[in-house]
Design a protein around this ligand. Structure first.
Ligand code: F6P
Length: 550
């Protein structure tokens, strides 16, 4: 999409208007905004699917939101969104369509890339995944020695790991508890070691997940896993077929590795790695939760896709959340964004979002290659509450940084919690509600004094408040709700990339390190190339080699 004729973001009248509005807003406190509008707590809320989204504790007024929507209109967010859904090649630096939304489209949808409807192919792979998952889950698929598969080890990295690993944790209460499912990503041999050391190779299935099937970490771990298997089984290459399947776009490389392409589950170059866990990359998850739950999850994604595509700007939740992030980055100098789930099952959720958001929007040139002179993607971070409360919340409450935060919670605990533990849910959720309240409204010096606090301690015990948060509340954490949440964040990231005029779907920034590692590796084992290193790296490599006796 050519954006050369587009006015630079910070030279648009809409940006200027927002800047002026920000000055007028000054230090207006949330206390004031709530006092001015007694219905703010119910009025500043939206719903999408099962998600109740409260944005009342943001440093915005109706006027702010109107100006932000005008910025979205001026920067062509809706046009780019429609182009994405139509299958146009909006990932210009890689000349690719961006169609993760096709992965959850219904069977009768028609979405074309280069004149070909991709939806039948999507469903053919989903059906093949379902048939395979059923065979593994029922015990019909056996290993080389005829034993039932009891362990599934997913080997992948980045988008080929974070999504299924996160979703497996989130949906643990929906998994077949008889199956052991583990995820290996790190090229540190310790990762594979810990994953397989107590497993019986005769009962273990390796799922090798790699879009390109060239990623060095994954191919190295997959090769080591194959050696472990063949040694453990005391078998030849023919044992691989019953213990290895591949998830990839690259049939040639899969065959080269020795995996029968009949056991390959395909996806396509229009699925970005970080947008791929609802494709074949979700196979380990599907084996764990079963095809029906997986399809429920896809329906959840689709529900939010349709909302994003069709809801008017005033009601469009991903649009709103994306614009709020633009607002804080540009006009409050917010550098980071915290995602704080109040569910233990969401323990890997923020790590997943880190790749989704930071690999997508960690860019500093616009889509035409010009340097941007506005903030782009934030540092995304966070861990589940209430653990964070006893670690870093101090800085959010009383530090010097502006950190917008998302709080995600559920009205009901997951279904299979031990009965004695269900009562703890109220305490968890009391913390959930208390934190956003404290962050928004704080505690004034007078309130502190009224508690009889000694004057010299008053500044220390004062909370200035005015920290912006979004609260996302759902009834229960189900496969559908997980799909809804992920699609919500995917489209939020999309909105921000569109406003900032960056390509959210490439990731050139990860390449240089890979190239340099390839050059350094032989030097570590005594090969050539050390003389080309800078003096710092050369000295570090030398120290490493000395330690390893080389
Ligand atoms: O699935 P692959 O091709 O092994 O790539 C893994 C990951 O590597 C990256 O390309 C970054 O290095 C991610 O975008 C991707 O998710």
């Amino acid at each position: 999409m050519n954006t050369r004729s587009r006015t630079r973001l910070n030279q648009t009248p809409e940006w200027t208007a927002l800047g002026k509005h920000r000055e007028q807003l000054g230090t207006t406190h949330l206390r004031q905004l709530f006092a001015d509008d007694p219905r703010r707590g119910t009025g500043f809320t939206l719903r999408v699917g099962d998600l109740h989204v409260d944005y009342s504790k943001h440093l915005v007024t109706d006027e702010t939101l109107r100006l932000l929507r005008e910025l979205a209109a001026a920067t062509g967010v809706a046009e780019l969104r429609d182009a994405m859904f139509r299958g146009e090649k909006i990932n210009t630096t890689e000349d690719r369509a961006v169609l993760h939304t096709a992965l959850r489209a219904p069977r009768d949808a028609v979405i074309e890339v280069d004149g070909e409807n991709v939806v039948p192919g999507v469903h053919a792979v989903l059906d093949k995944m379902a048939a395979f998952s059923d065979r593994v889950r029922s015990g019909e698929w056996t290993g080389h020695t005829g034993r039932r598969i009891k362990n599934v080890v997913n080997i992948g990295i980045g988008g080929s790991d974070l999504g299924p690993a996160m979703a497996y944790e989130v949906l643990r209460s929906f998994t077949d508890r008889e199956l052991t499912v583990r995820f290996v990503s790190n090229v540190d041999g310790a990762d594979l070691h810990e994953a397989v050391r107590d497993l019986d190779p005769a009962e273990t299935l390796f799922v090798i997940a790699s879009k390109t099937f060239t990623t060095i970490e994954t191919i190295t771990n997959a090769t080591s896993a194959r050696n472990w298997l063949l040694t453990g089984l005391n078998a030849g290459q023919d044992a691989v077929a019953k213990h290895f399947v591949a998830l990839s776009t690259n049939a040639g490389k899969v065959a080269e590795f020795g995996i029968d392409t009949a056991n390959m589950f395909e996806f396509w170059d229009w699925v970005g790695g970080r947008y791929s866990y609802d494709s074949a990359i979700g196979l380990s998850l599907m084996i764990a939760i079963g095809p029906d739950r997986f399809r429920e999850m896809l329906d959840g994604f689709h529900l939010v896709d349709e909302h994003f595509r069709t809801a008017p700007a005033e009601e469009n939740v991903p649009l709103l959340l994306g614009l709020l992030g633009v607002w804080y980055g540009a006009f409050f100098d917010a550098q980071s964004h915290a995602v704080l789930p109040y569910s233990h099952y969401l323990s890997k959720f923020t790590a997943y979002l880190q790749q989704l958001d930071m690999e997508s929007n960690g860019k500093s040139v616009d889509r035409d290659g010009n340097p941007v002179d506005w903030q782009t993607g934030p540092v995304v971070w966070g861990t589940p509450g209430t653990n964070g409360q006893h670690a870093y919340y101090q800085l959010i409450h009383q530090g010097t940084k502006v950190i917008p935060a998302d709080f995600i919670g559920f009205a009901e605990p997951v279904a299979d919690l031990l009965p004695g533990l269900v009562a703890q849910h109220d305490l968890l959720m009391a913390n959930f509600f208390a934190q956003t309240q404290a962050l928004a409204f704080g505690k004034t010096p007078d309130e502190v004094r009224a508690e009889g606090v000694a004057e010299e301690l008053v500044p220390h015990k004062t909370f200035k408040g005015n920290h912006p948060t979004t609260t996302i509340l759902a009834d229960r954490l189900t496969p559908s709700v997980l799909g809804q949440l992920i699609a919500l964040y995917e489209h939020k990231v999309f909105v921000q990339g569109a406003v900032w005029n960056i390509d959210s779907f490439d990731q050139w920034g990860v390449e240089l390190g890979k190239v340099l590692a390839k050059k350094i590796e032989p030097v570590l084992t005594g090969g050539q190339g050390g003389e080309q290193l800078d003096s710092s790296t050369a000295a570090l490599v030398e120290a490493y080699r000395a330690r390893r006796g080389r």
